[in-house]
Design a protein around this ligand. Structure first.
Ligand code: FES
Length: 86
């Protein structure tokens, strides 16, 4: 297993240690997971897959929980903008 993983977060190339969860990588990159309907920044809260605050767009798929998802090489992650729960 490689020691680091390269991915993009909001279009910026990021390199993180292998095993890093996507939510943590977003914090390291200075990004938030999503914005609320009113535009407030939101990011991981519980870190264990319950609160849903860590939803982001991963490889084009919105509403992806990022706190339990390990970074993969070439992954594209974007802050989810103003989405409501579906
Ligand atoms: S941080 Fe709570 S579900 Fe991901």
């Amino acid at each position: 297993m490689p020691e680091t993983v390269r991915l993009t977060i909001n279009g910026e190339a990021v390199e993180v240690p292998s095993g890093t969860r996507v939510a943590a990588a977003m914090l390291l990159a200075g990004a938030v997971c999503r914005t609320s309907v009113s535009g407030e920044p939101r990011t991981a809260l519980c870190g264990m897959g319950i609160c849903m605050e860590c939803r982001a767009v991963v490889n084009g798929v919105p509403q992806t929980k990022t706190c339990q998802l390990a970074c993969q090489p070439g992954m594209s992650v974007e802050t989810q903008q103003g989405e409501t729960w579906r």
